[in-house]
Design a protein around this ligand. Structure first.
Ligand SMILES: C[S@@+](CC[C@H](N)C(=O)[O-])C[C@H]1O[C@@H](n2cnc3c(N)ncnc32)[C@H](O)[C@@H]1O
Length: 232
């Protein structure tokens, strides 16, 4: 009988922000898939889950080259899929760890689709998304009353970002590392710069809070950075 594939959201950084279900599952599976990028050695998601691993669990690191869309999935992705399918065929239960929530802008979504198409039995366990952890951690209400919130990936089309910001009361801006100066200008244009905050690596040992986004506009931004901003 083939095994089950679990997609587990491990939250943004603090190991105490995993759900009970995530921990229980991590402790029962046979194999843990720790995703990593080409550039870095470790896996952030794996390090968050590390305190909960059972002694004899097999950890398999898989490199997922960055892609912009599902259609771009490369040979490396297919090879990873094949490896996972091999484990499942042996009857092993496999957990794929992913940062924040599993179904929220994550690499896991692509893996999920590849395996879903192959008819694999999948269970996805949600995690706390970075922007929710940041709101609670800073004492920064994300939305109140009738506020309209938009979640904007800074990598989206500039005209779309401008239009969305203009139409929103509050915004969460993710993936700000690429065009941080442009995002800072758009926040100013929409009267949000004074009421914005950026957190890099929330919950990780080197977490940083940046209140004066304008002053940092031309400095490099860590990949794990999120901005919360509002108009009022
Ligand atoms: C590929 S998305 C993953 C989102 C994740 N699934 C979630 O639920 O938060 C990567 C983006 O998530 C945000 N992010 C993830 N972890 C973070 C953290 N610890 N601190 C700040 N932002 C984080 C950043 O905006 C980063 O560019």
């Amino acid at each position: 009988m083939s095994g089950t594939f679990y997609g587990i959201g491990v939250g943004p950084g603090d190991p105490e922000l995993l759900t009970m279900k995530a921990i229980k599952t991590i402790q029962t599976v046979d194999i843990i898939i720790a995703p990593k990028t080409e550039k870095k050695d470790g896996s952030v998601a794996f390090n968050i889950a590390k305190p909960y691993l059972k002694k004899d669990v097999r950890v398999v690191y898989q490199v997922f080259p960055m892609v912009r869309g599902f259609s771009e999935s490369t040979e490396a992705w297919e090879a990873n899929k094949k490896e996972i399918m091999g484990f499942l065929a042996e009857g092993k239960n496999v957990a794929f760890l992913t940062l924040g929530d599993a179904m929220f802008y994550s690499t896991y979504i692509y893996v999920f689709r590849l395996l879903e198409q192959a008819g694999v039995k999948i269970e996805t366990i949600p995690g706390i998304p970075a922007f929710c952890a940041i709101g609670s951690h800073l004492g920064w209400p994300i939305v109140e009353g009738d506020d309209v919130l938009s979640i904007i990936p800074a990598t989206a089309d500039a005209a779309k970002i401008r239009k969305t910001m203009a139409a929103s009361d509050n915004v969460v801006i993710m993936k700000v590392y690429k065009n941080f100066p442009e995002i800072a200008d758009l926040l100013a244009e929409n009267g949000m710069l004074e009421k914005s905050v950026m957190v890099s690596r929330c919950g990780l040992p080197d977490e940083e809070r940046i209140d004066d986004i304008a002053a940092r506009k031309n400095e490099p931004v860590n990949y794990l950075s999120t901005i919360l901003a509002r108009k009022d």
